[in-house]
Ligand binder design. Structure first.
Ligand SMILES: Cc1cc2nc3c(=O)[nH]c(=O)nc-3n(C[C@H](O)[C@H](O)[C@H](O)COP(=O)(O)OP(=O)(O)OC[C@H]3O[C@@H](n4cnc5c(N)ncnc54)[C@H](O)[C@@H]3O)c2cc1C
Length: 383
């Protein structure tokens, strides 16, 4: 499918591939072991202008679209999902500014994020509010020219490492989803602290932290859109970001498939390469078919979003759902093809299997994606 890309898109892919092959693959096992945040690689990604893909030319971006973001994310994920998650989560943190920011906010924050000099993060989830995001308890109380933020956000990707946070908080508690607002919060603001770094099954080098707000004063200029628009901004953001989660899953699955294919050609049992067994061939054929089907769905969804379609929520949810379930199965099958070696840390497939599980969970679990798809279909028909 990459044959259909434009020259610019091929260039984006080539640049990303170089970073993956030269800078990421050689250190990914070590990053997984040490859980060290991959700052050096992130700086390299910044120098290669890949963060600019999220941002329009007016604010020092490349003016491309979600399609190009998906291409870069897929390739980064082929190398390492911790790195790709860090990259994509900065995009997730800045998409609300793209969607609802005014010119002043965009001028102030987007150029620093475009260069990769600073990272963004997206703070919605709380201990008691995961899938039911409308039940968040963090409050932002208006006090003159400021909002006073109180509450704790949980499991925030890029927490502690990012400088710019999009935080969702209740400006009108008791009003449910219509009482939530989105605010830009800078690291270093008094009353804004970080909790512990989480110890995780996968994406272990990605930062996942609590954000703790205690009487944290945020200038009212940092409100995104209007009061009460927070939930709409969050949902519009997910419509753009979920194909990117799909691209993360797709890239990991691609990497696992490549590993399994290569291994099957060199591993001999019963005097022949295991790739000569039809049982293995059929597994590889199913894996490749599903990878390609996910790629088609994600690329199509990204093109629909970039065309300016009013509502791509169903396709976005389908992309994340299909690609992450596919990638979970493909990585499990890759471990199976490598047999006992697949279970060992000297091969990358066990890490890919651990890493990719998160794509079925974050930015809305796959059960929530099914709810979105079904409700949209009930409302608008099959299309
Ligand atoms: C590593 C990591 C990074 C993350 N990064 C971020 C981040 O950067 N920013 C952020 O805001 N959040 C982040 N999250 C939070 C993530 O988005 C939530 O974990 C996710 O939305 C699910 O919420 P929950 O874990 O509370 O699960 P719960 O909502 O408690 O769900 C538990 C189970 O119940 C199911 N379930 C719940 N409701 C329904 C329903 N209506 N129908 C059917 N099944 C249902 C779920 O699918 C799941 O299987 C991150 C999480 C992790 C683990």
């Amino acid at each position: 499918m990459h044959d259909l890309l434009t020259d610019e898109q091929k260039m984006i892919l080539d640049i990303t591939r170089q970073i993956v092959d030269q800078r990421i693959i050689p250190v990914r096992a070590e990053l997984d072991e040490t859980k060290e945040f991959p700052w050096e690689i992130i700086k390299e990604i910044g120098k290669s202008d890949l963060f600019r893909l999220f941002i329009s030319e007016e604010y020092e971006g490349m003016g491309t679209g979600i399609f190009e973001v998906c291409l870069a994310t897929e390739e980064l994920s082929r190398g390492d999902l911790s790195v790709a998650t860090t990259y994509a989560a900065s995009g997730l943190g800045l998409i609300p500014i793209n969607i609802a920011g005014n010119d002043e906010q965009k001028k102030k924050y987007l150029p620093q994020l475009a260069s990769g000099e600073k990272l963004a993060a997206f703070g919605l989830t709380e201990a008691e509010a995961g899938s039911d995001a409308a039940s968040i308890r963090t409050t932002a109380k208006k006090d003159g020219d400021h909002y006073i933020l109180n509450g704790t956000k949980q499991w925030i990707t890029n927490g502690g490492e990012a400088d710019i946070y999009t935080i969702f908080a209740m400006t009108s508690p008791g009003k449910g989803a219509r009482g939530a607002s989105a605010l830009i919060v800078e690291k270093g603001t008094p009353g804004f602290e970080f909790g512990k770094q989480e110890d995780k099954l996968g994406i272990r080098a990605s930062a996942t932290k609590e954000l703790i707000f205690t009487d944290c004063r945020i200038p009212k200029e940092n409100l995104l859109g209007k009061e009460g628009m927070g939930f709409i901004i969050a949902m519009k953001t997910f419509n753009e970001s979920r194909p990117v989660v799909g691209a993360q899953a797709l890239g990991v699955a691609q990497g696992a498939l490549e590993e399994a294919l290569e291994y099957s050609k060199v591993r001999e049992q019963f005097g022949v390469p295991i790739s000569s067994f039809q049982g293995i061939q059929h597994m590889l054929a199913d894996m490749a078919t599903n990878v390609e089907a996910a790629r088609a769905l994600i690329y199509h969804t990204a093109k629909v979003i970039d065309s300016g379609a009013r509502d791509a929520s169903r396709l976005s949810a389908m992309s994340k759902l299909f690609a992450s379930d596919m990638a979970m199965k493909v990585t499990v099958d890759a471990v199976q093809i490598l047999g006992g070696y697949g279970y060992m840390k000297e091969y990358p497939v066990e890490k890919m299997m651990r890493d990719v599980k998160i794509t079925q969970i974050y930015e809305g679990t796959n059960q929530i994606q099914k709810n979105i798809i079904a409700l949209d279909m009930i409302k608008r028909g099959v299309l």
